[in-house]
Design a protein around this ligand. Structure first.
Ligand code: EPZ
Length: 432
């Protein structure tokens, strides 16, 4: 399995990204599989003996997920050029170690994967990150409610399921994506019927639901209520091949770029149904978009208009698109208001954008973005995944060169962005 560790080493060897100004982009760019779908599907591989995932995105977070599966005893085969991974074999260990789980948030999903797969787990408490404290109280409240024995010791959560759930329904206090996914992964392995209420409806949750249905779990959804009927882990399908949905946030990131520089830019391999509010907001900003099947062609806005944006759970405006829109609106013809309702600290990119000449003031959970004529390239630092995407966008529209430090944040969540942009003629280079 040296391919996996050498791929992780190779990607981690890059420290910075150099970006030169770009006057316009004409051509097409292809979206990879969704990181936030591939991660719960990797955890779901613990429910089966043999799983092939196609349209798999090779980026740091998913590679760390494969590392975890290796530690749990699974056999891994990867094929980056053809875009698939194969995961087979039995669970031989139930511990997700701190040194890997602390590298990314998605590690929390292996709690649900292990409980669904074998009824017990010992997972290092996932840390917080730049955008907020990222608590998992809802994940643990669900497990307590179904009667799991839970113990937190030495920074590890030790959980053990009972044969029968102690209750037949649970309602989340707030909408949580990985909280919903962990509950689904756990219940998939437990025989019986269960009702989950106030669930997240992100397309990545939908992808996991479709996957579990293919395994033989009956799942009916009525708005934010799910009825789950599982035959029990022994009676699930043992092997299958499953294709990961396109990454709507990567697609949205490139649509923002097209709104600024598209002459036109074709963004391919996306699902427009997952991008409703993003398309609406880009159109409001003045972009000219043409939707044809799995491709959206975007022409740059003649005049970039300011926007009012509030982030909210799907199908609302995605918090994962907030930083990219903030970068775009920093040169709009007017003042924009961006309200971040999901995470308590997701405006770090604004301080870096201001170093590039933007005029952004933070008031509570609102960014007031006064459009300026142009941004100026500068050395900046990436603080989290989507903040780094915002800085790449800013670097391409700025005057003068930009150098982004701590570029591993970007490499955690975007597959080959440098190569994809170079193919469009952009001067964007990863530096060691
Ligand atoms: C998922 O994170 C995504 N990550 C995030 O994407 C995304 O920003 C987020 O959902 C919201 O859409 C993955 O899917 C791997 P939450 P998650 O639980 O599940 C609070 C990216 O850029 N909360 O929906 O961790 C929480 O603090 C990443 O790809 C609790 O209070 O987010 C936050 O304020 C960043 N208690 C809100 O709920 C809990 O038990 C939403 O969090 C759980 C969450």
């Amino acid at each position: 399995m040296e391919i996996l560790s050498s791929l992780i080493r190779e990607i981690n060897s890059f420290k910075k990204m150099q970006i030169k100004p770009c006057k316009g982009i004409k051509g097409s760019i292809t979206v990879s599989g969704a990181k936030n779908s591939a991660l719960p599907l990797l955890a779901a591989s613990l429910l089966v003996e043999e799983l092939t995932l196609e349209n798999f995105p090779f980026l740091l977070d998913t590679l760390y997920g494969l590392e975890i599966l290796k530690r749990l005893g699974k056999e891994i085969e990867i094929n980056p050029s053809e875009g698939w991974v194969k995961i087979g074999g039995e669970i031989e260990d139930i511990t997700v170690p701190f040194e890997i789980s602390s590298l990314f948030r998605g590690s929390v999903l292996f709690l649900g994967g292990l409980l669904g797969g074998c009824g017990k787990a010992r997972v290092s408490y996932p840390g917080g990150c730049a955008i907020g404290s990222r608590p998992i109280d809802q994940h643990l409240k669900f497990l307590e409610h179904i009667g799991a024995s839970l113990e937190v010791e030495g920074g590890y959560i030790k959980a053990q399921l009972r044969d029968e759930p102690a209750n037949q329904n649970f309602s989340f206090d707030l909408i949580t994506v990985t909280g919903t996914e962990n509950a689904l992964l756990t219940l998939a392995g437990m025989e019986g019927e269960f009702i989950l209420e106030n669930v997240a409806l992100e397309p990545e949750v939908g992808d996991l639901i479709n996957f579990l249905r293919r395994l033989g779990v009956r799942i009916e959804n009525d708005g934010r209520i799910l009825r789950i009927i599982s035959p029990g882990r022994e009676n699930l399908r043992k092997s299958l091949t499953y294709k990961v949905i396109p990454d709507r946030i990567e697609a949205g990131t490139y649509l923002v770029l097209g709104t600024l520089l598209g002459e036109p830019l074709k963004v391919k391999n996306l699902n427009p149904d997952h991008l409703g509010v993003v398309i609406q907001k880009l159109t409001e900003a003045g972009a000219n978009l043409k939707i044809e099947g799995d491709t959206i062609t975007v022409w740059r806005a003649e005049t970039l208009k300011p926007l009012y944006i509030e982030t909210s759970p799907y199908p609302g405006f995605p918090t994962d698109m907030q930083a990219q829109f903030t970068a775009m609106l920093s040169i709009a013809a007017g003042t924009s208001f961006i309200v971040e309702n999901i995470f308590e600290n997701r405006f770090q990119h604004t301080f870096e954008l201001n170093r590039m000449g933007a005029n952004i003031v933070i008031k509570g959970n609102t960014a007031i973005v006064k459009g300026v004529k142009r941004l100026r390239g500068a050395p900046v630092k990436a603080t989290d995944l989507r903040a780094s995407a915002a800085l790449v966008i800013a670097g391409l529209i700025a005057e003068g060169e930009t150098l982004i430090h701590h570029i591993h944040h970007l490499l955690r969540g975007y597959e080959g962005m440098d190569k994809k942009l170079q193919k469009l003629g952009c001067e964007v280079y990863l530096i060691r």
